[in-house]
Design a protein around this ligand. Sequence first.
Ligand code: NAD
Length: 713
Amino acid sequence: MTSTNALRLEYRDDHVAVLTFDQAGSRANTLGQAVLAEFEAVLAQLKERTDLHGLVLQSGKPGMFIAGADIKELGSARMDQPELVRALMERGLNIVAGFEALPFPTVAAIDGSCVGGGCEFALGFDARLAGTHPKFEIGLPEVKLGIIPGWGGTQRLPRLIGPSLAAEMICSGETAKAARALEIGIVFDVVPSERLLDEAVRLVKDLHRTGKWKEDRKRRSQPIGLTEDQALYTFAVAKGMILEKTKGQMPAPLAALDAIEKGCNRPLAEALQCETDAMVPLVGSTISRNLIALFFNQQRMQKDTGVADANVQPATVKRVGVLGAGIMGGGIASVHARKGIPVILLDSNPQALDKGIGNIAVGFKTLLDKGRMKPEEMVAALARVGNTTQLATFADCDVVVEAVVENEEVKTNLYKQLEPLLRPDAILASNTSTISITRMAKSLQRPERFAGMHFFNPVERMPLVEVIRGEKTNDVTTATLVALARQIGKSPIVVKDGPGFLVNRILFPYMDEALQLLLEGAEPRTIDKAAVAFGMPMGPITLYDVVGLDTALYAGRVMQAAFPERSRPSPLLVDLVAAGRLGQKSGTGFYRYPKGPKGEDDPKFGEFLTKHRRETRKIPTEEITERLFLPMLTEATHVLAEGLVRNPADIDMGLILGIGFPPQRGGILRWADSLGAKHVSSMLEKYRDKGACFVPSAQFKQLAASSEKLFPM
Ligand code: NAD
């Protein structure tokens, strides 16, 4: 037996060697430089052992085989040097090739996560056997980090399961669970975890006995041999699907497809070169760095308790009350019930209550029909939803989320009736979008147990929850709401109380500027197209129609009152609302909606525009893009300077999760970083006469003067 920091090699009496990967001091097994050196040393030993009948590779960690390459290394600043990237790729490729050339058969015994470089290692083995651990998943999610598999994945997976399926998996980055991996032939079989090692040894001996592994290895080293027609069809279809999904914004899936296409009709050794050539320009690219930063931010958020004091423990939440059974209240109750938390929904209007409960049931049924919920799960989730019209029913709730109409008086009157009925340690949270938490807390006896819990619409789909701390909100309240949001599958971000909180505050200047552009001559479609080309899921004009022009007008007034120097009232919006053009919900807004949610140009809107337009200038796309996103950035710099969030990355995460800001741009602050603060300052200077929404915080100006970055990595 030999053992190093991460690897343990045991030679058994039955001529089978078992290599166990168990990285010291880490929850995951990752393939960083130090571990690769250990694999190289083990390989040097193994390749001399012609006496062996086989090798089994397993992990010493339950639920984890290999999590892949070390992402920190891939995201490091050194990775903008192509020769370094090439060397890193070659090192991994040589190790996989080393396993593939061992003079005896090999089996990877996988009982947990086997992704990225881990999967590529396993693909170099003669067979893979899966265990039944629920954390089992196998696949190549590299494109989600803006890169492609670089240790042979784009060439070995197509040789194993066919180019079409492999392209689908690699270009989407989706992983497969054990049953699917078996169905498509990535693994030879699925066996109970406790028998995995024994079965792997049996399989490797079997391979040794039949000698079939030799033919298989030979076959895998050769071209796949697609005919011209097959290749044309396979790759044209795959390319179409990628472009449809990524709107041409993501280079990695296309690069992966290109590598598969170029490599599949060449011998493996040559094909691997095609992969490296496609990989090198992607590693260290801005998009890849942004996506890697996003990955680490997601991990950070998973662990964030929401408060600075590590001794604060969130309270246990066993029962939640939801006040108001409208669009938001129904959604909030539904996500709790789905994630196992009993919930009681209350509405003062019995019809609204019936409708709210009905909507929850319809929502669950849709999930069932889509196969995303099992029948027994639906029954259990429905059983968790209670309903009432009596506030006293909330007496045993640990948390009550209020989602009644957006009217401060209605809300605070309700709090006054409700608070004496609640347990003294219960937490009350408001889903308000615009009203000050600190101010509403004044109506309460226990303001420290009150906070905002701002969900986004539609609640079932939108991942972000802003947890808003009023001046008096205490740590336990904050930590409990953060933990609860995470328990129901959301990503919470803690924000200090302030107009628009985080996301709406930063979104608003962008929406506002879209109206200014209209008045200067830009067409609604041109503005929307520029935003979509930047990567937004929809343009700002469409977003007005989706949100509702009345809601936007009301929220706009809140922002104008708070930041009069940076936001302007819009007489155009006032006129449209007065004419009943409220957006999708009323059938007309900026566009018209005769056939459902897809907006058509509406000549009648032109009449409103003509009335309000100040100019009829043809505005270049570049100016439209800059004028949409620079005010967003400006506002973000003020939010940062005011310390509204605890971490600058929370601003970026809030926008990505809350409004679908393009993740490949890393968020609005990272976007500024990638351009450089100096360059951004000169862009802002161009629009100086357009108003204070192009004047960033003093802190940002300093940054520009010093050429520093907001995020060093
Ligand atoms: P909604 O009009 O759909 O529902 C409000 C419900 O509250 C109605 O069913 C009404 O009967 C009930 N209600 C009114 N007064 C009540 C009272 N005194 N006691 C009990 N029930 C009462 O509204 P919504 O869109 O679900 O919004 C609710 C809250 O969520 C608002 O504060 C809103 O600002 C906020 N919000 C809305 C959105 C959105 O997109 N709709 C997004 C985020 C936050």
